[in-house]
Ligand binder design. Structure first.
Ligand code: CTP
Ligand code: MG
Length: 226
């Protein structure tokens, strides 16, 4: 089986509040989305990379043309829909046994080493796997008074990529009825009663959500240049 990357990049970046979607904002001198594309292209393990954008996206042509990258103009109203539409568009191009690595365009800190670690440590695990970070802070539950301290052992913060066999990922996302409840792909697989493998990610692989995150991402990129 082959390994393919699927990058949802059809969001509008409402919380970033910029004049263009955040995946096209410059991070350390190149558009955010290009960092993810370059990471997958630098990985010898990845056969092909697919990017899902909105049908009317005016920015992608300046960013994506590259060998081994295919643009799918089938973005949906939610992240989950964009991924579902992208998976449907892959039908016929990939095998059901192939692995799909879903990665947010909003995580410019990915590199080939993290991709390798995810693939190696997930191995042939039937439920797939995801990058995640162990929680280091003390976790409180409350509204807004602190009601309880949640023991942080065994707590993880999910990152991407998250990798699953094509057929399993399609089945999991088709079974998910509430798009709002599916904030990542692993949660849809978990809802089938399966337990994807947790593989240690890296803080540099942060998700860029707010304006300040771009500066944090640039600091990580400068600190871990290789
Ligand atoms: N995404 C997508 N299609 C959507 C919504 C989001 O492909 N309808 C993608 C985004 O482009 C991003 C990833 O899913 O790469 C993670 O989503 P998020 O960080 O929430 O990005 P946005 O939805 O663009 O940001 P916001 O929620 O602030 O509007
Ligand atoms: Mg969003």
């Amino acid at each position: 089986p082959s390994y393919h990357a699927l990058i949802p990049a059809a969001g509008v970046g409402a919380r970033m509040g910029a004049s263009s979607p955040k995946q096209y904002l410059p991070v350390a001198g190149k558009p955010m989305l290009r960092h993810a594309l370059d990471a997958f292209r630098a990985s010898p393990l990845i056969a092909h990379t697919y990017v899902v954008v909105s049908a009317d996206d005016p920015y992608i042509d300046a960013v994506a043309p590259a060998e081994g990258v295919t643009v799918l103009r089938c973005g949906g109203a939610t992240r989950m829909e964009s991924i579902r539409n992208g998976l449907r568009a892959l039908q016929g191009s990939v095998d059901g046994e192939d692995w799909i690595l879903v990665h947010d365009a909003a995580r410019p800190g990915l590199d080939a080493e993290l991709i390798r670690r995810l693939i190696v440590e997930t191995g042939e695990h039937p439920a797939g796997g995801l990058l995640a970070l162990p929680v280091v802070d003390t976790v409180k539950r409350g509204t807004p008074g602190a009601l309880a301290t949640v023991p942080r052992d065994n707590l993880w913060l999910a990152q991407t990529p998250q990798m699953f066999r094509y057929s399993l990922l399609c089945r999991a996302l088709d079974a998910a009825t509430d798009p709002a409840a599916v904030t990542d792909d692993a949660s849809a697989v978990e809802a089938l009663g399966l337990a994807p493998r947790l593989v240690e990610g890296h803080p540099r692989n942060l998700k860029v959500t707010l304006p300040v995150d771009i500066r944090i991402a640039e600091m990580y990129l400068a600190a871990f240049r290789h």
